[in-house]
Ligand binder design. Sequence first.
Ligand code: FE2
Length: 259
Amino acid sequence: MGLEEKFWRVNADIKERGFAQVQYDVSRADLVHAAEAFIHFLGAHESLKRTLSLPRAVEGDVDLGYIRRTKDENRYEPKEFFHYAPVIDTLAKDIDDFRVRNFLKHARFVYTHAQGLLEELLDCVSARQPGLKEKFIQDGESKSYLRFLCYPEGEGMAAKGHYDKGAFTLALAESSPGLHIEDTPANNCENCAIIMPGITSTEVAPGLRWDKSWHYAVYDGKPYRQGVGRWAIVFFSNDLNQRLIPPEETHTRVPRKDF
Ligand SMILES: [Fe+2]
């Protein structure tokens, strides 16, 4: 399928149901290997994991690297996650630990292919909105990042309803189907990612008229394995001037715009 045809199909699906499936050149098996490498990394000592935490430098940015949320921190369910971007490789260059090196190798692979898919989509859209790609990538700089997410076994393993803060999200894999977008189950198929617009989509790419998609994850109650409830891998593409978005904006559902 050519780029043009691909764009029109994605465009129609997003307008109709809030998401589209797009071809993604990483197999389910490779994504599961990456998730396993992440879970293995989580078994490392907390102090080692913390050396890979990179707090945001500017408001509106995200914290990169390793992050743990406990249940008592306002609205969050307990979970551990990791935001991978290439800068993490620089941070880890002197760490000689197999779990770290192996996880980052997998993360780099998944990120590189997701960034490639994003650029392909931006090329399609840039034909209609010149300059759009430069809002996301300039001189090799990008604010896209890959999230590995792991919920421990137990209560509260599902994600509550919300909008994503960035422009576009690529849901790449989850341990078992649970993602619902605009109340429709959104399942990954082999070699495909799910793309949905986030809050800044209509600000960054107004010509697309892709309204933000409300989504949540439900849980079937079966843990992935002992101690590990659920995992997911998601790629977020923020533009280089991502604005600060308050939690009320991400967690309050509003009627979809009828453009
Ligand atoms: Fe989300």
